[in-house]
Write a protein that binds this ligand. Structure first.
Ligand SMILES: [Zn+2]
Length: 254
């Protein structure tokens, strides 16, 4: 009999296992459904209880959570990183949406946090910079070297455009005060490099010293070309100053 039962079990092993599985699945569904109904009927009770329990054990739970975090720091960090890399786009969109919806709140919170932790933050930053001196220097250097060509090109373009702008402005202003021609109003000399603006009634040096080099042309343009100025070449300016005894060092022309 025993042998027969054993034989029967062996022959129908798979069948039995499936039956057990099905039975378990059916009970599982049933149990879950019962629990769900119970939860729905006692929801407020359960929530209140949970809250009470949480409040009563808050310190414990927090310290436990902290301990757990410290014990599993790297693990948790890896998990977060993995999760983020798997849900990157999703996370990004979610973060952005959250940020947009809570913009004011986040900004205020951040400001408040900074105000209350100002010294801490400063101290931490200082410490970090002290402890990572070499690292920071290396990073800066690497960044500088990686962007060297780019920076040089940008600076070159910027300087060139500034130079062109200034040249165009100079031509515009000198032409206006040359009575419509880019020439010295006294002798007709026309080389841009030797032309500049003269205060007809003097006082130019002082005025020009109050403005930066080049800004004098900007100033005239901004003031919409006021009267009292003329375009002169350096020769004519020199002669005029000598005549008016306006030279900075009169001994030079004895
Ligand atoms: Zn001249």
């Amino acid at each position: 009999m025993t042998t027969y039962a054993k034989q029967y079990y062996q022959a129908h092993k798979g069948e039995f296992a499936t039956k057990r599985k099905v039975h378990y699945q059916l009970r599982k569904e049933e149990e879950l459904a019962t629990m769900k109904i119970y939860y729905q009927n006692h929801r407020d009770d359960i929530l209140a209880h949970t809250k009470l329990y949480y409040q009563a054990n808050k310190g414990d739970r927090q310290s436990y959570a902290r301990k757990y975090y410290l014990d599993h720091k790297e693990e948790e960090r890896m998990k977060r990183r993995l999760y983020y890399s798997l849900h990157k786009n999703e996370s990004k969109i979610n973060n952005r949406q959250y940020h947009l919806a809570h913009k004011e709140e986040i900004s205020t919170q951040g400001k408040q946090y900074y105000q209350t932790h100002k010294e801490d933050i400063k101290e931490k930053g200082k410490l970090y910079r002290q402890n990572h001196k070499e690292e920071i220097r290396a990073k800066k250097k690497a960044y500088y070297l990686a962007h060297l060509a780019e920076n040089r090109q940008r600076n070159l373009i910027y300087r060139e455009s500034r130079r062109l702008d200034l040249k165009q402005l100079k031509i515009k202003v000198l032409t206006h005060y040359g009575n419509g021609n880019l020439v010295c109003v006294k002798c007709g000399y026309s080389d841009l490099r030797a032309l500049s603006i003269d205060h007809i009634n003097g006082g130019g040096t002082e005025h020009r010293q109050n403005l930066h080099r080049g800004n004098f042309y900007h100033w005239l343009d901004e003031q919409n070309y006021p009267n009292g100025y003329q375009t002169l070449c350096m020769n004519c300016q020199f002669v005029k100053r000598s005549f008016n005894n306006e030279l900075i060092n009169p001994r030079e022309v004895k």
